[in-house]
Design a protein. Structure first.
Length: 91
């Protein structure tokens, strides 16, 4: 993954390594927090609580994947979306 960031986004190797490491670090807490949230909502709302926990998790994942998909190599990796001057409709 670090190689992908280094080649496609033309990042420095240190920044590419940190960003790739974030994906691994995410698994240290994301799975356990998902289980804890699901159990807490199940205790309070029964099975619909688990469904809401899954829906909220998937919705947040979709938002972050959309932001990740908008990153290109014309700007730093921590900025997503188009800048006003990059918009094709600004003439």
């Amino acid at each position: 993954l670090a190689t992908h960031f280094r080649v496609y986004f033309e990042m420095e190797s240190g920044s590419a390594s940190v960003l790739a490491g974030c994906f691994g670090l995410m698994n240290l807490f994301a799975r356990s927090l998902g289980g804890i949230a699901s159990d807490a909502l199940f205790a309070r709302f029964a099975f619909p609580g688990r469904l809401w926990a899954q829906f909220l998790s998937l919705f947040c994942e979709a938002v972050f994947l959309f932001a990740f998909a908008n990153i290109d190599n014309t700007q730093p990796w921590y900025i997503t979306g188009d800048q006003p001057s990059d918009n094709i409709y600004n003439t």
